[in-house]
Design a protein around this ligand. Structure first.
Ligand code: ADP
Ligand code: MG
Ligand code: ZN
Length: 644
């Protein structure tokens, strides 16, 4: 391996304690540039890669946040083969990830080995011998290995004593934190690293980190506090982040029909229109959904869309087969749960579709980040319907801040105005160590506040203003809350869907009731009650079903409506009740509201006209490959029936 050459260039080391790792004037910069080309066949660095590499060579503890596909691997693979001989230990959460890395390293001629649960005793011994024999290169490990294996511990201790243990790399480091969205219990045991090897630097890399997960990560890995910007002396963890917005990703949210078949038609038409025969991922709510979506899409397209399924219920060997088929293009559309993702090494994923909401905006950002890793234009489409939010709520309500995070995701989905990039930037800068400016500038060591420019390519940036209407819905909101209040005070219980029916005057005003069970648990009484819409709310809400749903979800993000959960032994259901702010409206009379005494509530709806035309285009099979220009259509057809 190349040794670091002495160079006439100087940097700020030692002068006043200020080190700027982003600069290419480190003593080793020429060597680094040479290795980048000769060993990795690359010409230039991306994002903050060079800074991270410099800090790594300088022996620092590092946390690096870089988008998926940004090139995090290079930031530890390059330092691994530079300078003195030694061992870099990489800890990864998934077999697929480890396989990918070892394969890539092999191609680069970098010596590597993988230690996983199924590595045989003989293989393990051979690997340990190689480590002891002072070879160098990278080792890929599953995290539990380090904590559990005495033999490994002693091998690493020996390497360390001989000065050959260069660095620990924690890939997908957000898995350490229980507060993140991808917690892995094994990762918490990585606290042993700094305990056993206090002098060996740790490099933690990830694509997502929030204000809550960063301190947690530092604590779990026992890393020193983040050092302050450029005034980096040699203590403290160096923090890097790359601009998180990827300008080749086109974000959009499309309304999802409530009827499952209509939803498949719509998604299928979208794929065939925009990316026929290309690779993509469809993220689904559950294993069952993934199976159904894959099957229905295949059927709908007469096999033209070659689907595959991937979730936790699929056997490991089958998963590997799917990976291979997908890489080779024999499957183009993977219908999956979030089990599919971490470390997918496929550049040409042209679309990531969400058949259902993600649990959080972090999750959504990371899942969509799997599109377009080759830098080419790719689409990220969220098919959204308010009711999906309820379904998801049953899944996250027991997580730490699960509902709070889901609310942010819902706000994003319901927002028809804010540029998606701005929405991400706001969310991540409010909830993390990253400043909003991290979304625009790669210089992040000294990142300070700043305004973020709009992306110009997302749905909200390019939306035809006539396709949405913003309405004052204060009176409609008042009616909904009056109904909800009436239901609550009559021991009733309604789901979001029930409430939509009630306020629109359907179902004869009937709703289910409950009784107080043991320990205050509320149970269904099996009896029904009903309300008289005229006397309770002065008449029905005349918005469409979709629009009432949008309105109710909007009210729930504002605290006028809240959810509660009631379960049987087999399932949990979400019901709605008046939220903490409901009283602000319900204490007023209808006349008061009409007279403007309430704080105005505005809600943005997709324009019905635009929606009707879109439905026509996708509901006929023969129409699936024709692009319909909404504006050209004279609208004679106001009375197209709702989905269902
Ligand atoms: P991450 O782990 O951040 O998701 P990877 O390390 O897997 O991303 O890199 C994604 C892709 O980008 C890989 O195919 C890699 O070869 C490529 N890549 C990384 N760095 C560079 C670079 N400086 N120039 C060109 N391609 C790069
Ligand atoms: Mg990676
Ligand atoms: Zn935008």
């Amino acid at each position: 391996h190349s040794n670091i050459s002495s160079s006439s260039k100087s940097n700020d080391h030692g002068k006043d304690g200020i080190i700027d790792y982003q600069k290419s004037d480190q003593p080793w910069s020429d060597t680094v540039q040479g290795v980048l080309q000769s060993r990795f066949g690359l010409s230039t660095f991306r994002l903050c890669q060079e800074g991270v590499i410099n800090a790594a060579i300088d022996g620092r503890d590092i946390v690096c946040v870089m988008p998926t596909g940004g090139g995090k691997s290079l930031t530890y693979q390059l330092p691994a083969v530079i300078g003195s001989k030694g061992l870099t230990v990489v800890i990864s959460p998934l077999l697929a990830l480890i396989w990918d890395q070892v394969r890539a390293l092999k191609e680069l001629g970098i010596e590597s080995a993988m230690l996983i649960g199924s590595t045989s005793k003989e293989e393990q011994n051979a690997i340990y011998k190689r480590i002891e024999g002072s070879h160098d290169g990278a080792r890929e490990l599953k995290p539990e290995k380090i904590a559990k294996s005495k033999r490994l511990k002693s091998v690493l201790e020996k390497a360390n004593a001989g000065g050959r243990l260069k660095r620990f790399v924690i890939d997908e480091a957000h898995c350490c934190s229980q507060l993140g969205h991808d917690f892995r219990p094994d990762y918490q045991r990585l606290n042993v690293l700094k305990t056993l090897f206090p002098r060996v630097p740790i490099q933690a890399v990830t694509a997502t980190l929030s204000s809550k997960t960063l301190p947690d990560l530092l604590k779990i890995l026992r890393l020193p506090p983040i050092c302050d910007g450029r005034a980096a002396n040699k203590t403290g963890t160096v923090f890097f982040s790359a601009p998180l917005f990827r300008s080749n990703l086109h974000y959009q949210v499309l309304p999802k029909p409530s009827n499952a078949k209509a939803a498949i038609e719509k998604i299928g038409s979208w794929i065939q229109l925009h990316h026929p025969g290309e690779s993509g991922i469809i993220y689904c709510f559950s294993k069952k959904d993934a199976d159904t979506v894959a099957e229905s899409l295949k059927e709908w397209s007469n096999g033209e869309i070659k689907t595959g399924v991937y979730h936790a219920g699929i056997e490991d060997w089958e998963k590997e087969k799917i990976h291979v088929k997908w890489r080779k293009g024999r499957i183009n559309c993977i219908c999956a749960t979030i089990a599919f993702g971490l470390g997918i090494d496929k550049g040409d994923v042209r679309y990531v579709i969400h058949h259902s909401l993600s649990k959080s905006l972090e999750g959504y950002y990371q899942e969509t980040g799997r599109a377009g890793r080759d830098g080419q234009k790719s689409d990220c489409v969220l098919f959204y319907r308010g009711q999906d939010a309820s379904r998801l709520a049953t899944m996250v309500y027991s997580d730490v801040d699960g509902l709070g995070k889901l609310q942010e995701m819902i706000k994003f989905a319901q927002d028809l105005l804010t540029c998606r990039k701005i929405a991400f930037a706001k969310y991540f800068s409010a909830s993390s160590h990253l400043s909003a400016a991290a979304w625009d500038h790669s210089d992040t060591l000294g990142a300070s506040g700043g305004t973020v420019s709009t992306c110009g390519i997302c749905d909200n940036c390019i939306r035809d203003p006539t396709s949405i209407i913003t309405k004052d819905v204060t009176l409609d909101a008042w009616k909904c809350l009056k109904v909800l209040q009436n239901v609550s005070s009559n021991e009733g219980r309604v789901t979001l869907a029930n409430l939509v029916e009630l306020v629109r005057g359907l179902g004869g005003g009937a709703f289910g009731t409950m009784k107080q069970g043991k320990r205050g648990a509320r149970k269904s009484s099996g009896e029904k009650a009903s309300l008289d819409l005229e006397s309770v709310a002065g008449g029905k809400v005349t918005l469409s079903k979709d629009d009432v749903e949008t309105l109710l979800v909007h009210l729930s993000t504002m605290g006028y409506v809240s959810e509660y959960f009631a379960g049987t032994a087999y399932s949990v259901n979400v019901y709605v009740q008046p939220g903490p702010r409901a009283i602000r409206l319900t204490r007023l009379s209808a006349e008061d509201v009409e007279a403007g005494l309430a704080a105005e509530i505005e809600c943005t709806f997709l324009n019905l006209k635009a929606r009707v035309v879109k439905r026509k285009a996708t509901s006929k099979k023969e129409g699936k490959k024709t692009l319909v220009d909404i504006s050209d259509n004279d609208d004679k057809n106001e009375n197209v029936p709702q989905d269902e």
